[in-house]
Design a protein around this ligand. Sequence first.
Ligand code: SF4
Ligand code: SF4
Length: 88
Amino acid sequence: MPAKSASKKVTTKKEIKKKETKIKTKYDIYVYNDWCKKCGICEAFCPVKCLGHDEIGQVIVLDADACIGCAQCEIRCPDFAIEIKVRE
Ligand code: SF4
Ligand code: SF4
């Protein structure tokens, strides 16, 4: 039986950094229905199409995990009715 090697794999700083950058930041999307006038601007500007609307035009979040946090929806909304927060 071969003797076990005493050497242990050491994780370098570079490898740790590489692993960290692979973890994608997630965001939560809050729509304040009372303020929303159903104009659809947020949906139109979302570059990853993670927002949609129902049959009466109410904004719905289709896929929060797809959100890249660009805040275009928040910036463009004329009624401050949508907010993006980093998921904790
Ligand atoms: S922050 Fe950007 S990606 Fe996320 S919902 Fe708003 S427009 Fe879409
Ligand atoms: S831009 Fe604002 S007011 Fe217009 S649909 Fe989106 S959340 Fe509602």
